[in-house]
Design a protein around this ligand. Sequence first.
Ligand code: TYD
Length: 212
Amino acid sequence: MLKDVLMAKGRFVVIEGIDRSGKTTLSRNLAKEFQRGGNKVYLTHEPTSFFDTGLDVLNRLKKDDYMILLAMFIRDRLEHNKIIKENLESGKIIICDRYSLSSFAYQGVFIRDLFNDNDSFLNWMETVLTVSHYKPDVTVFIDYNGKYYRQGNDEKRELEIFEDKEYLGGVYDLYNMAISKKIFFDPGIVVDGNASKEKMLLDTISKLEKYL
Ligand code: TYD
């Protein structure tokens, strides 16, 4: 199925969800599946490997440095877009682990406190993030909250400022707000993050086909 639908031209697919929701596994499995169907795939993620080069900024930033972080993620995304564009133009399927919605949800948790009302917050975030938003063909949200952490996953060290469970609860809520208002989620699909990785892959593929 995928082969017939996707051979023709490049497509930009974004995978989103909170830390440990299984984004990286789903991205890899999806990439393999597309390759099996004869497509050329470019698997990528944000922050990119250039994000913090030489600055070591993440080790010294605090939670109230959210504006610096937002600017850094946007800068990283602007550079990343050039690579995404090149790969799209050469007909590849881009699978991108995190994109604009991550900035919306992760930085938004702090930024929303600056505004008196929710609509002003949403308008501001949408406007600011749109400058670096190269529109995906579809965004996949892995709906996982659990205890805000998936147990027994990789041993990778989390960034300290993103570790807090209460914080991740706020991030999850903002993802849901974006989804319900179709902010950076148009079109978008939701997959069940509590399912096994095999089921999640099948679920994603069946929902994706409509948009690719
Ligand atoms: P990542 O390396 O993807 O971590 P993980 O593999 O655990 O998902 O991303 C590191 C952290 O960066 C992650 O906790 C989310 C955060 N982040 C933002 O806060 N804003 C952004 O725009 C992006 C892309 C990531």
